[in-house]
Write a protein that binds this ligand. Structure first.
Ligand code: BGC
Length: 358
């Protein structure tokens, strides 16, 4: 009782604040506490502001978690377990869009370009997460806030790529996926590619973002569709394809400007190459879709789809032509701004090697 009275004495308030601050700084220094535990965004920003970067470097060096290049992600450590040990199953989607500054601070362990690998073990999976993007900053913020902790719990060696098309050219999701594939393999030897819409947030961390023998449809059950598959061959939203799968089908078609059809075209390509798709069950492969106005459907999509298989060996990554306007290695993702000439894309292709005017 006497002790309680002494602790609450107003004169001691400053002393206990200092002690609490020292405790937080020690926890951050030793365990990188803010990045690994779900502390609130404000507290995380505060901790990151008070712990000098030089200390973090010391800490990282001491524990061998500074990865300056890919080699450091693969050497001197045991292989990560086949089943990631800290998965929770169902996870709560954080729907508030925090500022990029705050998100950057909350993700201080990411290497430039939104790259990460597990500190204590060598990941079994080398994954590029490719997001086609235009004009959805709040979706991107929510996506990044949720996806980094999700991928890290799965112990993946991954990078997030955001591929943006310059304004005034109709959006072309599949073409941006193709560019993301080509650009990402120039940087690292990824074996697995997650092609992902920015408005889909996974709700269960057992939905592993890895590749296996067959292409996988990830976004099986979406809240907007009452968690039901719209049709059995649907292959949109979020998918996982290995490098071999993607090359075998010549990537996506480049010709789908506007909404719809490009994912059905990919399904047909895979089928033509004797691949069948797999899905996790709908209690695991669950997503929240962030609200947005309805996209304008491409009036040519059914015609393109109908003729798709005649074209697939000459319309894809082997006929891809684009210009990289800018690449930035931001804290949370690699941002690649690109431009294409839609008339060139829609022309009949010749089948010579693609030129990438970067
Ligand atoms: C479109 C697909 C789309 C699906 C679900 C289909 O009609 O062709 O691109 O993913 O609807 O919205």
């Amino acid at each position: 009782m006497v002790t309680t009275v002494v602790i609450l004495k107003p004169g001691h308030f400053f002393k206990y604040c200092c002690l609490l601050l020292a405790l937080l700084v020690t926890l951050e220094f030793v365990f990188n506490f803010a990045a690994h535990y779900n502390v609130s965004a404000g507290l995380s920003l505060f901790i990151n502001a008070v712990v000098p970067i030089s200390w973090k470097k010391m800490r990282s060096g001491r524990h061998g978690v500074v990865h300056d290049d890919f080699t450091q992600c693969v050497s001197h450590k045991p292989l990560c377990p086949e089943v990631p040990p800290h998965l929770d199953g169902s996870i709560k989607v954080k729907k508030k869009a925090l500022s990029f500054r705050l998100l950057d601070n909350m993700n201080s362990d990411l290497r430039p370009g939104g790259r990460w690998c597990p500190p204590g073990c060598v990941s079994r999976h080398h994954v590029a997460v490719i997001i086609p993007y235009r004009d959805r900053p709040s979706h991107l913020k929510v996506f990044l806030r949720n996806i980094h902790p999700f991928l890290q719990k799965q112990q993946l060696d991954y990078t997030v790529y955001v591929i943006e098309l310059v304004p005034n050219i109709p959006f072309n999701r599949a073409l941006l996926f193709n560019i993301g594939f080509v650009e990402s393999v120039k940087q690292h030897n990824y074996s697995c590619f997650i092609f992902h819409d920015v408005d889909l947030i996974p709700e269960n961390d057992r939905n592993l973002y890895i590749c296996s023998g067959e292409p996988r449809h990830l976004s099986v059950a979406i809240d907007k569709h009452k968690y039901r598959l719209l049709y059995s061959t649907i292959f949109g939203g979020a998918i996982a394809l290995s490098r071999e799968h993607f090359i075998k089908v010549n990537g996506f078609s480049n010709k789908y400007f506007g909404w719809g059809g490009e994912d059905d075209d990919m399904f047909k390509r895979l089928q033509r190459q004797n691949m069948s798709i797999i899905r996790y069950s709908s209690d695991v492969a669950r997503y929240k879709m962030l609200a947005h106005p309805k996209d304008v459907p491409n009036p040519n999509r059914l015609k393109l789809l109908y003729e798709g298989l005649k074209r697939f060996h000459r319309d894809g990554i082997n006929s891809l032509r684009y210009t990289v306007v800018k690449t930035e290695f931001r804290r949370l993702f690699t941002w690649i701004l690109v431009s294409v000439n839609p008339d060139d894309v829609m022309k009949e292709e010749n089948t010579t090697e693609a030129t990438h005017n970067t």
